[in-house]
Ligand binder design. Structure first.
Ligand SMILES: *[C@@H]1O[C@H](CO)[C@@H](O)[C@H](O)[C@H]1NC(C)=O
Ligand SMILES: *[C@@H]1O[C@H](CO)[C@@H](O)[C@H](O)[C@H]1NC(C)=O
Ligand SMILES: *[C@@H]1O[C@H](CO)[C@@H](O)[C@H](O)[C@H]1NC(C)=O
Ligand SMILES: *[C@@H]1O[C@H](CO)[C@@H](O)[C@H](O)[C@H]1NC(C)=O
Length: 391
């Protein structure tokens, strides 16, 4: 699928449509769980009503976000009473106040040696594991101090929980996404930083790649989301990881909830019993990012990461992007085996075209979907819905 002008006009119309939030969306039913061994359909509301228009799609995104937060992640609180930012040297101190309590955290900011202000920025979870794009500010975000992720004892530990003690059941990833939102709040109030808060990407690898994907899914101000080797719990789908695990070498939901506190405690019930009653899977998590930029970087070399699961999940997610007229806004790049979280230099052009399009508004061809090896995905086995044209 190549770009042509009429399609481009369609895109902008669709994208503009996304900015206007419809005031009336159907209510999410009290209990939206139901058995579905295939990848659930994003194009039907939990009530059964079909998704026919872009406005419906936005409402459905809201519903799906609500379901992810309720059943898997924990609630992401809205805008706090006050967010204040100050930049000193390379330290961006973000102070957040909620009901008289406040916390501060300090991402570091590194300006590029070249480029033109106002600069786009990349927020890196933990440490940057992709090459720094030219002309882009790098904001390094210590997500672990917002919510810890050592082991099971990390539940409810971190600065987020000092502000929201009632949300200690939450997964760490909602808290991290909340922190990203606060960085954006701070940047929006600080034009003299010369950072363009409308041109911000988020990235991370492995567990932090899961975190980056959730941040992009739960914060619509993020322009570009780049999860790297995020595996099960990230760009892989729960149902597909269970299937891929026939050799016992792929991480599954039932393992992941024993290993760490990335997910909310209410997810345990699904993970322990069956993920087939979840009214979503992670193709729909990617669907929350649509039509914004999503570049998925995978590595076939680690069966633990569920490479087939991630490939099939993102292939299905691309149908969601296709429905809103932007299939090329989801790029998929899987490489043959290499060290976990290293970035092969031959992938640089793929990163660059996404950075050009979503951080610099430059026309570029981002239409690629590249698995490695002989990996294939049987749509008929996993998908029993068709893709509408909503734009
Ligand atoms: C930035 O923060 C680090 C760590 O807290 C500190 O060592 C350093 O002095 C700070 N730099 C500036 C310019 O404030
Ligand atoms: C969990 O991690 C913390 C911090 O590293 C450590 O002190 C503690 O012993 C660990 N607990 C378990 C049960 O492994
Ligand atoms: C599973 O095990 C079989 C037999 O050992 C092997 O050929 C195959 O590659 C393994 N599949 C995965 C997905 O690891
Ligand atoms: C899930 O399984 C683990 C390990 O058996 C157990 O500790 C936990 O209580 C279970 N939780 C739920 C909600 O079933």
């Amino acid at each position: 699928m190549r770009l042509n002008t009429s399609l481009l006009i369609g895109f902008s119309a669709a994208v503009l449509g996304f900015m206007k939030r419809p005031s009336t969306c159907p209510r999410t039913p009290q209990d939206a769980t139901r058995y579905d061994a295939k990848l659930p359909n994003l194009f039907v509301f939990a009530s059964g009503r079909p998704v026919n228009t872009v406005a419906d799609f936005q409402c459905r995104q809201r519903e799906v976000s609500e379901l992810f937060q309720t059943l898997e992640l924990g609630i992401k609180p809205g805008r706090p009473n006050a967010v204040h930012g100050s930049l000193s040297g390379g330290n961006l101190t973000v102070t957040v106040s909620v009901h008289g309590k406040s916390i501060s955290f300090t991402p570091t900011v590194s300006y590029p040696p070249n480029g033109v202000a106002p600069y786009p920025a990349v927020i890196a979870f933990g440490a940057l594991t992709i090459p720094a794009p030219s002309g882009v500010v790098i904001i390094t975000y210590n997500n672990d101090e917002i919510a810890a992720q050592q082991n099971q004892s990390s539940r409810g530990q971190g600065k987020f929980f000092e502000l929201y003690p009632n949300l200690k059941v939450n997964g760490a990833m909602t808290a991290w996404a909340w922190g990203v939102s606060r960085i954006l709040d701070a940047l929006e109030s600080m034009p003299d930083t010369n950072i363009d808060s409308k041109k911000v990407a988020v990235t991370g690898c492995s567990r932090d790649g899961k975190g980056a994907l959730f941040a992009g899914a739960l914060e619509s101000r993020i322009a570009l989301t780049i999860p790297q080797e995020s595996g099960s719990g990230g760009t892989a789908c729960w149902r597909l990881s269970d299937y891929e695990n026939h050799n016992g070498t792929t991480q599954t939901a039932s393992e992941i909830v024993q290993e760490n506190v990335w997910f909310a405690t209410q997810f345990d019930e699904f993970a322990n019993n069956t993920v087939d009653t979840l009214p979503f899977d992670h193709h729909m998590l990617a669907g929350l990012v649509a039509p914004r930029g999503l570049l998925v970087i995978d590595n076939i070399g680690y069966e633990w990461l569920g490479p087939w699961s991630s490939f099939g999940c993102m292939k299905t997610a691309r149908r969601i992007y296709q429905a809103v007229g932007a299939p090329d806004h989801l790029g998929y790049s899987m490489s043959p085996s290499h060290l976990h979280c290293s970035f092969p230099s031959y992938k640089l052009p793929q990163l660059q075209v996404f950075v050009d399009k979503f951080l610099f508004d430059k026309a570029s061809d981002t239409d690629f979907f590249m698995p490695a090896g002989y990996i294939t995905f049987d749509n008929a086995q996993w998908v029993d819905w068709s893709t509408p044209n909503l734009f």
